[in-house]
Design a protein around this ligand. Structure first.
Ligand SMILES: Nc1ncnc2c1ncn2[C@@H]1O[C@H](COP(=O)(O)OP(=O)(O)OP(=O)(O)O)[C@@H](O)[C@H]1O
Ligand SMILES: [Mg+2]
Length: 221
């Protein structure tokens, strides 16, 4: 398995009490598969994604990635190692794009390839942008791009270091239906061609349908 989440729990302190957000959450994700996480606002979707990314640690349970012939048990790794793992093996797409405003599209995309010490970061970035139909916008700054274009730059950025998996939190939540559908279709096409996995958080039943597995959080009152 690419990812195994085993009996994970996470609670947060609120007004002097500890409120459980995730209890006994388990799931598996195989290479190249799509897992969808749904649930109402506050049900713990982003919390779970943060745990998968090693940005936060569970109170109990295990989160184990198997990437590049190695096993990474996030709860047992220090922050420096978790950061190195995340930077090298995971890609992220966020609702609000999160591009660096002072960098061009090309520079935004190349950044992670450079940080990972990969050869020819700008060549990789150029190819990624071309593949997403943005070859003619590589010198554009984010604020001169439409929302759909910005999200395609963000997708190129998430893929430039060839991660095993993309973690996406409401990736089309800030786009109109038509643009969102087009961007999502492009993302799925690239992932399928390259056999990369996707963990998708979404409120959108149409996007949630069609994955290989769905985890619905917070069903119990
Ligand atoms: N660092 C934190 N400290 C305290 N409480 C937190 C923290 N992170 C999350 N929570 C709480 O945990 C619950 C779940 O939050 P989370 O962001 O995971 O929800 P979500 O399912 O992603 O919601 P949304 O659909 O609105 O994005 C919320 O009640 C939130 O206030
Ligand atoms: Mg969230």
């Amino acid at each position: 398995m690419l990812l195994e989440v085993q009996a994970v729990a996470r609670a947060f302190a609120q007004g002097g009490r500890r409120i459980p957000v995730l209890e006994q959450v388990s799931l598996e994700l195989a290479a190249g598969q799509r897992l969808t996480i749904t649930g109402r606002s506050g049900s713990g979707k982003s919390t779970l994604l943060n745990l998968m990314a090693g940005l936060d640690l569970p109170d109990a349970g295990r989160i184990i990635w198997q990437v590049a012939g190695r096993s990474w048990n996030l709860a047992e790794l220090d922050e420096t190692t978790r950061t190195a793992f995340r930077r090298r093996h995971l890609g992220f797409v966020f609702q609000f794009f999160n591009l660096v405003p002072t960098l061009t599209a090309l520079e935004n995309v190349a950044l992670l390839a450079e940080l990972n010490g990969l050869d020819d970061p700008f060549g990789r970035a150029r190819w990624r942008l071309q593949r997403l139909g943005l070859g003619d916008r590589e010198d554009a700054f984010p604020d001169t791009l439409s929302g759909g274009e910005q999200q395609r730059v963000a997708i190129a950025r998430a893929l430039v270091h060839e991660p095993a998996v993309i973690l996406a939190d409401e990736p089309t939540g800030n786009l109109d239906r038509e643009t969102g559908d087009a961007v999502f279709a492009q993302l799925l096409e690239v992932l399928a061609e390259e056999d990369r996995a996707l963990v998708l958080v979404t409120h959108d039943p149409e996007l949630a349908a069609g994955g290989d597995a769905e985890l619905a959080l917070g069903r119990t009152p």
